[in-house]
Design a protein around this ligand. Sequence first.
Ligand code: PMP
Length: 435
Amino acid sequence: MTHLLHRSIHASLPVAVRGEGIHLFDATGKAYIDASGGAAVSCLGHAHPDVLAALHAQLDRIAYAHTGFFTTEVAEELADRLVDDAPEGLDHVYLVSGGSEAVEAALKMARQYFVEKGEPQRRHIIARRQSYHGNTLGALATGGNEWRRAQFKPLLIETHHIDPCYAYRLQMPDESDEAYAARAAGELEAKILKLGADQVIAFVAETVVGATAGAVPPVADYLKRIRAICDKYGVLLILDEVMCGMGRTGTLHACEQDGVSPDIVTIAKGLGGGYQPVGAVLLSKRIFDAFALGSGFFQHGHTYMGHPMAAAAGLAVQTILKRDGLLGNVRAMGNHLETCLVERLGNHRHVGDIRGRGLFRGVELVKDRATKKPFDAGLKLNARIKKEAMTRGLMVYPMGGTIDGQNGDHVLLAPPFIVGKSDVEAIVERLADAI
Ligand code: PMP
């Protein structure tokens, strides 16, 4: 293996040669249950015949047409579909090639919106600690994990971070959900006021926090309070659903469960199910109209945006999701996954928390359940669990840095939406064994 990735930390990775359903197979023929969906990507599993047929048909028709010259039927159809199914009030879409591109576009849309509106003084972005929004410079500046950002400073945009809504660690023992939601959302208002009520562009948050914290959902009312604070100060609300969106939590958009419509939503990963790199930004009419009345267009673009093959993958995956009623399976199997995790690991002396929504579940590991003290980061517990799971033919997504970006360990589970009961049981059994 000579490419850059495999020359670095991943020198000893197995070679994946084939995928089928919920399994990947390596060069020795060993099967792995894809219980992480890669990174919450493979929502229909691997080699789905109907997606392959749609891709072959698209390849026969047209593989590429630059969006400066043409639109394509397939890109228009995907755009219509995404707008039809978007959270209330979001009626425009911008197609890109992945999650970081979607976040970059969202940040620029928010900035341009205020410039067109005659409020160019707004220049601050507020986001949350323990968030991941991508690895390109703007998205990196927005993400809240200090260790990812440190060596690239100064970053290109000014971002400010508040605490996430993280009940397991930040809610006080005798604090109700309502009180905690008010306190956690209150941090946003305090930060806006500190920066200046008319100085902030947007608040960016993952609806359910994924890679950095292990499927941490907000407590009830948190996002409603956030929405109200954003409205009070004219700040845009950007929800990053690159990982938790497109059905992963049991509703197409995770924020539907919080009764909140943001101004902008970013989606990717499960949108194309891994069959092609594709992402999108959903935005409101008022943002779109500001571009239309100002410069006339959103000043952005990438060579591969709206790519017909990517659009074909997105359209096929989203069509199958509906046709096969898979959101119902995400909810049913998500509940079963939670039950199995609680039964098998709920009393484990190193399991501190089991959480999540739908087929997006996290297990937080601690040295001491009573004090919630984490394991020493030097132990690299999460990397060891990943290795032990791979030995047992299981792909899970363990990460470190749950508490402060440095300490704490969690395992994220994000299996394909097509899993059945016995698959879920096998996943939990192998995970428990690995732990
Ligand atoms: N936002 C979130 C919430 C993510 O989880 C990710 C990827 N893990 C990204 C953005 C970046 O997506 P990509 O890796 O496709 O650039």
